[in-house]
Design a protein around this ligand. Structure first.
Ligand code: GLN
Length: 555
């Protein structure tokens, strides 16, 4: 393994300007590589560096768009309409900087590109192989964002766990890049687990030693170990880890369990992870990180003066990761209202007219979640009828908005059997219809209406009051839309379209006139909520839920 900067590769001056940090994971999955990457990036950003994070996932799907949320949790959609891993959501929430398609690459995408080039004859008769063709394509993609010249530092998170067969080409690409870029311009952080054996009363370093050995077999020496642990790492444990894994003692970083992921940047600061990284990359540590706003947010988050109970009614509730961005948006909105938001996940299928009151009576607000397919539809409609009739604050997102339209159609307009074309193609009243441009689409991957679209808000509406402006842009992921043939009928009866796409007239927001808070959007506001910019719809919904709770208490 080469560790000296190879002079003969330094001609690519653009590359030399950007520093690369690779984050690998060992021992087990779910250690939170995304949070560590985002926390480190936050600290570097707070010191004035321009940073981006990208995720390389070893699975064969071209992107996670076709995956059931039970597989990897929510699919996060970027401004440019890429369907990506949920870790990109953490990157954006921490950094408040938009990501794009380039920030998430899978094995499938790499192979698709290489195979297409092969078909075009671009390899000039050569045998196309994992090494060098696949690894070259991985390396090219790993440097794409760096080559834009927009970033001082690019952090690359490798999905999966070291030792997995499928992640081998990625590790090999990292090995080669480390050698090409040299020690001053790149480094590897290995995130590992130091388990506590209760019976022995000890923290154990062996799993970490083994996973570093596996990395070494592949020719990669990690520079820094970030150790997930339930207990403080003693000096002895740190020394042992340093000695057996060939790293400096100050490069053994403790990552102790935290009560909130938003504590992790401060924990990493205490461990001086940012300083160790900058020193190794020969970057200045002169500017101390300015975390004033972050700390203000944490202060509010941890010292709420109120509490609200909010139901999230959806069909993937067994796995809260399926609604990651929504639950994080509630955390941001809660902090902004100095109010703890307790989110109660309710299975849509379990809600029926005979139990809806019981299920929702303790709730101050109700959100009906995005989703696909028929399962749980009736439960969502029952939920919406209940909150509409009982003046409970309601917030609908995407399918949640479409459900609010169906419910209003059936129960207020008397359109018996009104439905979305997605659920019932023979409905007499397709109040939600397949979008025209979707009608000839056969492939499911990457073909929805995706990413950012403009929305114009009507003055004098609740939505206008919430956003405080007429022109907004939000992110989307859907195939169906409000059927404008019914718009007049709806508006006359009190459900108005307060936001619409200025080019196509597609209804983006509906709201009820005579209701304390009944707002639903065709888009996904949760994708744009960050620590620095909590989303106004979430902030207002939490505020309305709190106001409703207080009003009830004084009755
Ligand atoms: N299934 C609906 C559609 O495709 C809603 C999608 C969603 O909630 N993201 O239009």
């Amino acid at each position: 393994m080469g560790t000296n900067p190879p002079i003969f590769f330094s001609s690519k001056s653009k590359i030399a300007m950007t520093k690369y940090i690779f984050v690998t994971g060992g021992v087990t999955s779910s250690l939170g590589k995304g949070i560590i990457a985002a926390s480190l990036a936050k600290l570097l950003q707070a010191r004035g560096y321009k940073v981006t994070i990208q995720k390389f996932d070893p699975y064969i799907n071209i992107d996670p768009g076709t995956l059931n949320p039970y597989e990897h949790g929510e699919c996060y959609v970027t401004e440019d309409g890429a369907e990506t891993d949920l870790d990109l959501g953490h990157y954006e929430r921490f950094l408040n900087v938009a990501t794009s398609q380039a920030n998430n690459v899978t094995t499938g995408r790499i192979y698709q590109h290489v195979i297409q080039k092969e078909r075009e004859g671009a390899y000039l008769g050569k045998t196309v192989q994992v090494i060098p063709h696949i690894t070259d394509e991985i390396k090219r993609r790993m440097q794409l964002l760096g080559e834009t010249g927009e970033y001082d530092i690019v952090i690359t998170e490798l999905g999966g766990t070291v030792g997995d067969i499928e992640s081998l080409p990625f590790i090999e690409a990292v090995r080669q890049l480390r050698w090409e870029l040299g020690n001053n311009d790149s480094l590897v952080i290995h995130l590992t687990l130091v388990p506590y054996l209760a019976a022995a009363g000890e923290l154990k370093t062996k799993p970490t030693q083994h996973s570093v050995k596996t990395l070494l077999e592949y020719g990669v020496q990690p520079d820094i170990l970030v150790c997930r642990t339930e207990h403080t790492l003693s000096q002895d444990i740190r020394k042992k880890l340093a000695l057996f894994c060939n790293v400096n003692i100050n490069a053994v970083v403790e990552s102790i369990d935290a009560s909130t992921i938003y504590d992790v940047p401060l924990l990493m600061l205490k461990e001086q992870l940012d300083k160790t990284v900058l020193t190794k990359l020969k970057l200045s540590t002169k500017n101390e990180p300015d975390l004033t706003n972050w700390k203000t947010f944490l202060g509010k988050l941890k010292n709420p003066t109120n509490e609200v109970n909010i139901a999230l009614v959806g069909k993937y509730i067994e796995l809260p990761d399926a609604y990651k961005s929504i639950s994080e948006a509630f955390i941001h909105a809660g902090a902004s209202n100095e109010c703890k938001v307790k989110v109660h996940y309710i299975a849509a299928e379990s809600v029926a007219p005979e139990n809806v009151k019981d299920k929702l009576k303790a709730m101050d607000g109700v959100l009906v979640a995005p989703g696909f397919g028929e399962r749980g539809l009736e439960g969502k409609l029952t939920t919406i009828q209940y909150v509409r009739e009982n003046n409970i604050p309601f917030f609908g997102i995407c399918l949640g908005m479409q459900c609010s339209v169906i419910e209003f159609g059936r129960n207020v307009l008397g359109l018996k059997g009104a439905n979305s074309f997605e659920m019932d193609e023979s409905t007499p009243y397709p109040v939600i219809n397949l979008m025209e441009e979707q009608k000839n689409i056969k492939n499911m991957g990457g073909t929805m209406r995706l990413g950012a679209y403009d929305c114009e808000i009507k003055k004098g509406t609740k939505a206008f009051g919430i956003y405080g402006k007429a022109k907004i842009s939000e992110r989307h992921r859907h195939r169906y839309e409000f059927n404008n043939a019914y718009l007049e009928q709806y508006e006359k009866a009190g459900m108005i379209a307060s936001g619409f796409n200025p080019k196509t007239g597609l209804v983006e927001i509906v709201e009820l006139k005579n209701h304390p808070f009944f707002v639903a959007g065709q888009f996904h506001p949760e994708l744009k909520s960050t620590v620095a910019n909590p989303h106004p719809l979430f902030v207002s919904f939490v505020a309305a839920s709190l106001a409703g709770k207080k009003a009830k208490a004084t009755k």
